[in-house]
Design a protein around this ligand. Structure first.
Ligand SMILES: [Zn+2]
Length: 118
């Protein structure tokens, strides 16, 4: 991240410039507040915090999220198939079918996503 005051590079997570001490990220140079409209102090800071949080996510956590989002539809598919095969009542059959196809759809979506990326 570059300092808006002096233009020198700083760490992405830095709150203050290490060269001139200016606060980084509080003022957005691309979108200055309109004339006569007071600046909202909370909003740009919140966006910066979100970006910082996203970049601070560790690879382990990221893989955990990926594993969970892949595992969830598979579990849903299994549960759906289980209800579908047992089919004790028409309601359970419908619920099982619904869950099976939701899981199948999400799994197919992830597979498509994966083949597109690699
Ligand atoms: Zn600076």
């Amino acid at each position: 991240m570059f300092c808006p005051q002096c233009g020198k590079e700083n760490e992405a997570a830095a709150r203050f410039c290490g060269h001139c001490g200016a606060t980084i990220g509080e003022c957005a140079p691309e979108s200055p507040p309109g004339p006569g409209r007071p600046a909202v102090p909370g909003e740009p800071v919140r966006i910066v915090d979100l970006a910082r949080a996203a970049s601070a996510v560790s690879p382990g956590l990221k893989w955990g999220v990926i594993a969970a989002s892949v595992l969830a539809p598979i579990v849903g598919m299994g549960m759906g198939l289980y209800y579908w095969m047992r089919a004790e009542s028409p309601e359970k059959l419908a619920v099982g079918k619904t869950w099976f196809f939701i899981g199948l759809g999400i799994t197919a979506f992830y597979l498509l996503l994966g083949t597109e990326q690699y």
